[in-house]
Design a protein around this ligand. Structure first.
Ligand code: SF4
Length: 460
């Protein structure tokens, strides 16, 4: 292919390398910054060494994430020398400058304008209307067929282990029509699955007092349920992440039963023992939560529930921990992540009770994982023999004559409606017909292993 830049004057296109660390919310921030830089004619370099400037979008959530961020900054300085730092760690610039006084600029989370201004100062943009052309959906860092849709920034909760509200401030929601327009643009550009994210998705719109905005000749309120319903009408899969267990979450389950929104809820329960939940400053009525989960499954039997938990939280007793294990047995969640508590500098949790020794945390983590793995595997086995819609993420090609899958059989990896990308399991798919990435196929599930499913395409 012609190198379009080499034929266009002598000034070289400014090249920026970009490292994005942390959660999907940080990834969305990175997409916005990169979209803006590309719109201004900057090019993305594959390596720091091949760039004129490096940008590192950091994560500051846990101490281990901060260490990873600092290492990434160090690497960028070694390989490039000109480095701008942004993201959650940017809220505590002294931690960065103490170690790396040579960074050019440090900006905090969501400070898109400041990052871009810092890039301008260090590496002025070259105006080139040809390079400035940008696809209307912006530049995405995820594959073409799914996209994260950020509906708000910040958080009004004050979970004692979390410094996100300190770093990102209180909840600021986007007007519903703004979110819907972005969703529509993404779908027009080929996105088949929208992953709705925020720090607390179920709190959406509280700060806006649920103000309506104009949408398709009518109005849509900035309310969790209304937004979920409107997104569900756009024709893509809609998956809800980071839903805090407020009572009004119950209202969205019928939409899942109707097939408007994926039957998938990502609710970080964090613990089950009331004493621990109170110290975490999380809702503490886990008996009621069990009843709610049972009701959700009555309304929507296909519902997949994902959650995360923390073990070894300060003051967690053996009895608290056993209560958590018993609760897991009753709740029978489908997918679960578990973290060993890490003291985050600046989090209130560290002062609330005595720390749990590392060896005890480790031992509890293994017990937790062992117990939950058996539950998750059991839940997964229930899908064997069913037909599931599967979105294809990766196509590996066709088997040859000597291939056990058989000549002319395409093998691919996909996900059911109950599996989010990156964090849940996959379906290993065989198909007589070639498959395309992003395509949704009907797959007969033939077997399950510990985390994944295996099946054959039986229709489209
Ligand atoms: S809900 Fe709790 S854990 Fe999540 S961002 Fe808000 S304060 Fe942090």
């Amino acid at each position: 292919m012609e190198n379009r830049h080499s034929t266009r004057g002598t000034a070289r296109v400014p090249r920026v390398s970009f490292v994005s660390l942390g959660c999907p919310k940080a990834l969305v921030d990175s997409e916005r910054i990169i979209t803006r830089l590309r719109a201004e004619g900057y090019e993305l370099a594959r390596s720091h060494a091949g760039a004129d400037l490096a940008v590192v979008n950091t994560c500051g959530f846990l101490d281990s994430a901060q260490a990873e961020s600092l290492a990434a900054i160090g690497q960028a300085l070694n390989e490039n020398g000109k480095v701008i730092v942004t993201g959650c760690m940017g809220a505590e610039p002294e931690k960065i400058t103490a170690r790396y006084p040579g960074v050019l600029a440090i900006t905090g989370p969501q400070q898109y304008e400041s990052v871009v201004a810092a890039v301008h100062r260090a590496l002025p943009p070259r105006h080139d209307p040809f390079v400035d052309l940008l696809p209307p959906e912006g530049i995405k860092l995820t594959p073409r067929h799914y996209a994260y849709l950020k509906i708000s920034e910040g958080c009004n909760n004050r979970c004692s282990f979390c410094i996100i509200p300190k770093l990102r401030g209180d909840l600021v929601s986007r007007p519903a029509a703004d979110v819907l327009r972005e969703a529509e643009r993404l779908i027009a550009a080929g996105v088949k699955e929208l992953l709705v994210i925020s720090q607390d998705t179920s709190a959406y719109g509280i700060d806006l007092k649920y103000a309506p905005s104009a949408w398709k000749g009518g109005e849509v309120r900035a309310k969790f349920l209304d937004l979920a319903r409107a997104l569900g009408e756009l024709g893509a899969w809609v998956r809800l992440h980071y839903v805090y267990p407020y009572p009004h979450v119950d209202e969205v389950i019928p939409l899942m039963a109707e097939g408007k929104v994926l039957p998938y809820l990502d609710v970080p329960f964090q613990h089950a023992a009331p004493a621990v939940l109170r110290r975490m400053k999380r809702p503490a009525a886990q008996e009621k939560t069990l009843q709610r989960i049972a009701r959700w499954r009555d309304i929507c039997p296909d519902l997949t529930i994902r959650s995360t938990f923390i073990v070894g939280f300060p003051g967690e007793s053996e009895e608290d921990f056993r209560r958590l294990l018993d609760w897991l047995d009753e709740a029978e969640l489908d997918r679960v992540g578990c973290f060993r508590y890490e003291p985050v500098a600046g989090a209130l949790a560290n002062e609330l009770a005595a720390a749990v020794p590392d060896a005890v945390k480790e031992e509890r983590w293994h017990r937790f994982m062992g117990r939950q793995q058996a539950i998750s595997a059991g839940r997964l086995r229930r899908r064997v023999g069913t037909r599931q819609q599967v979105i294809i993420d990766q196509v590996h090609g066709s088997g040859g004559k000597s291939d056990p899958v058989g000549a002319g059989t395409t093998v691919a990896k996909g996900r059911t409606r109950g599996d989010a990308p990156q964090i849940d399991g996959v379906v290993h798919v065989a198909s007589r017909r070639p498959l395309r990435r992003g395509e949704i196929a009907t797959v007969r599930i033939e077997r399950a292993d510990e985390y994944d499913l295996h099946g054959t395409v039986v229709g489209f």
